[in-house]
Design a protein around this ligand. Structure first.
Ligand SMILES: [Zn+2]
Length: 199
């Protein structure tokens, strides 16, 4: 539709999650009108994140080193492990200041429609951690939607026989959405009111 470089930019932006063709076009024209230094800062930020950020070898959170900031923090409680789908869920829970334990990022949720089964998630790594770390409680903080609930019940069936207590966040979270859609107070309350999963 447009010439060379403009269309390339629109196509690339359009591949990003949550950005449709109209938004891709709007952002492209915005970038064309901004000054070169500002556009360069965006390009640099993308290049830098790809060059420096990786995933924590222990929990799967985003990290600048071998281990993330939370895994490296000796003051965190080793006995409580909060299992989430994505790194952004870690951020959402950290914002509540309700939780002082550690995290495990699965890298998604079980979703047969999208071809995501247990093997595609970091579940083996989770079982290894249960062996290696003094974990007494697993908080299954997957999203309050169909895939998140399916993942939580799968994990609870798999892990409860291993003798670890599994809990789920209290109701009150917006059903069908993502964890990070909830405001801090609601999420904090759901955390404090977590309940044991009956298996
Ligand atoms: Zn980590």
């Amino acid at each position: 539709m447009y010439e060379g470089a403009v269309q390339d930019l629109i196509d690339e932006l359009g591949r990003l999650p949550g950005i449709g063709p109209k938004s891709a076009q709007r952002i492209s024209f915005h970038l064309m009108q901004t000054d070169a230094a500002e556009a360069q800062r965006l390009a640099d930020a993308i290049t830098k994140v790809k060059a420096t950020i990786r995933f924590c070898a222990r929990c799967g959170n985003v990290s600048e080193g071998e281990r993330c900031r939370i895994c490296s923090d000796a003051r965190r409680d080793d006995t409580v492990l909060c299992v989430v789908e994505e790194p952004r869920d870690v951020v959402a829970i950290e914002r509540t200041r309700e939780f002082r334990g550690r995290y495990h990022v699965l890298g998604g949720a079980i979703s047969p429609i999208d071809g995501v089964g247990p093997d595609e998630l970091r579940i083996k790594e989770l079982i290894d951690r249960l062996d290696a770390e003094p974990i007494a409680e697993l908080i299954l903080a997957t999203n309050p939607n169909v895939e998140g609930e399916a993942t939580a019940s799968y994990l609870s069936r798999l892990l409860t026989p291993l003798g670890v207590r599994t809990t789920r966040l209290a109701s009150g979270l917006p059903v069908g959405g993502d964890l990070d859609y909830a405001d801090e107070v609601t999420l904090g309350r759901a955390f404090a009111g977590r309940r044991d999963i009956a298996t």
